[in-house]
Design a protein around this ligand. Structure first.
Ligand code: FAD
Ligand code: PYC
Length: 417
């Protein structure tokens, strides 16, 4: 056996590639995978699933530095809605909400998607005007959203305090009835199981440490903590860590990373029927099927890659919850945690091609990408398979930060940032 064929055999065994020539020239490594997805969250696993399912691209690996679903996918407050202001956003998020509808059947895995309604509270004149503008804009886009008086809001969510003497008086609310929640980790596990069944390799404990490019600038593979892996296309779907990965390819991205926290109470019997968000006071709440009150806070004010945030942020949120729902004042909190969200200047995601041939990106979902999971996976797969964006994600390109066609969804982001 020649030296080359021995190396070739070892490389084949490591990379699982079946068609390399016996003689392995010193030139660029041959593709072992047609596509690599960096990041085993719901978005990345979803992209791998749709690449295999819709486009027949099954030589795909998902590389995850920790465990699948251990990033923001498993840390969020699971709120699903599509009541965003601009046409581009309404189309993007409603595409995802429509996919949520059939996802349990599609994956044969119960995602526990529950359309219990998302109610956004208005506490001042600005809130009223802003929410009514959203309601009108949403309806023009075929997205349901309606205005409730304080009494109607209380009828929908009985624990709500609508006393005019409250510190944060409730002056009305915007209700999206199709909004709701899902169980977050089922989305990662459901996509992972379905993708693996179609031939996708899911490699955990494998951090990407470098992005390799050939003489023409196109991607040729990645360096990882478990060795180099060659591929033709790379999709980066690594929320919170995108800038670091993009710098490996020589690209500067308009992103900042912040910790965002959430917490759950001790479990109690069903008492909270819907999702309530109070964007003005930075608190949002629902009740999980296990009975815990699921509560979210705002982002820290300082950039950080730490998956834990400042205590005063959570204290502020709990103070607000106690004012809005006095019935919960004596509840005990069970656990608290944080995730890292990457935020763009206009609070809208970047989903598309990059200036590097073969490198695609899905990032910048900030505080609000869980709701987008099936849509983001679907659109990243489309973009990678066709080497061009779908009309839904075309406006969410990187170029908008140069040509000024921003999609400013700061108000709809709903969480303090
Ligand atoms: P992730 O699930 O974070 O997956 C990315 C993966 O990439 C991670 O597992 C990470 O380990 C991996 N990775 C990173 N770097 C590397 C590397 N170098 N090599 C290999 N792997 C790497 N959104 C909503 O819509 N509704 C909500 O109610 C909501 N609440 C939230 C509450 C909190 C506390 C947080 C933190 C976020 C919340 N979000 C919410 C946002 C939402 O969670 C995220 O936008 C979404 O989950 C992102 O999914 P993802 O698959 O892109 O990222
Ligand atoms: O985008 O709906 C949202 C959200 C709620 C909490 C965090 N993000």
């Amino acid at each position: 056996m020649t030296r080359f064929s021995a190396i070739s055999l070892i490389a084949k065994a490591l990379n699982g590639h079946k068609d390399w020539p016996e003689q392995w020239p010193d030139a660029a490594p041959k593709p072992a995978y047609d596509a690599i997805i960096i990041g085993g969250g719901g978005h990345g696993l979803g992209a791998a699933y749709y690449l295999a399912k819709k486009y027949g691209i099954t030589k795909v690996a998902v590389l995850e530095k920790g465990w699948i679903g251990g990033g923001n996918t498993g840390r969020n407050t699971t709120i699903i809605r599509s009541n965003y202001l601009y046409d581009e956003s309404a189309h993007l998020y409603d595409h995802a909400v429509k996919l949520w509808d059939g996802l349990s059947q599609e994956l044969n895995y119960n995602t526990m998607y529950s359309k219990r309604g998302v109610m956004m509270l208005a506490h001042n004149v600005h809130d009223i005007q802003s929410f009514k503008r959203h309601i009108h804009a949403n309806r023009l886009n075929g997205v349901d959203n309606e205005w409730l008086t304080p009494e109607e809001a209380k009828a929908y969510c009985p624990p709500l305090n609508i006393s005019p003497d409250a510190r944060y008086p409730v002056l009305g609310a915007a209700l999206q009835r199709r909004g709701g929640t899902a169980r977050h980790d089922t989305v990662a596990w459901g996509y992972a199981r379905a993708a693996a069944a179609l031939g996708v390799d899911i490699i955990q404990n494998c951090a990407v440490t470098g992005i390799n490019r050939g003489p023409d600038g196109a991607v040729t593979g990645v360096e990882t903590t478990r060795g180099a892996i060659a591929c033709k296309r790379i999709g980066v779907s690594a929320a919170g860590n995108t800038s670091v990965l993009m710098q490996m390819a020589g690209l500067d991205f308009p992103l900042e990373s912040y910790p965002l926290q959430a917490l759950v109470s001790e479990p109690v019997k069903p008492i909270f029927p819907c999702v309530v968000m109070s964007n003005t006071v930075h608190a949002y709440m629902s009740q999980s099927d296990k009975g815990e009150l699921v509560i979210g806070a705002g982002t820290d004010q300082y950039v950080s890659y730490s998956q834990r945030g400042a205590l005063h942020i959570v204290e502020h949120t709990l103070a607000a919850i106690c004012e809005i729902f006095p019935i919960f004042r004596r509840m005990r909190m069970l656990r608290t945690w944080g995730g890292i969200v990457d935020v763009t200047p206009d609070r809208s995601p970047i989903l598309g091609k990059t200036p590097v041939q073969g490198l695609y990106v899905n990032c910048g979902w900030g505080t609000g990408g869980f709701k987008a999971t099936p849509g983001a996976g679907d659109l990243l797969a489309y973009t990678m398979a066709k080497d061009e964006p779908h009309s839904i994600n075309a406006p969410f390109n990187l170029d908008r930060f140069r040509n000024g066609r921003l999609i400013d969804e700061a108000a709809a982001a709903a969480v303090a940032h």
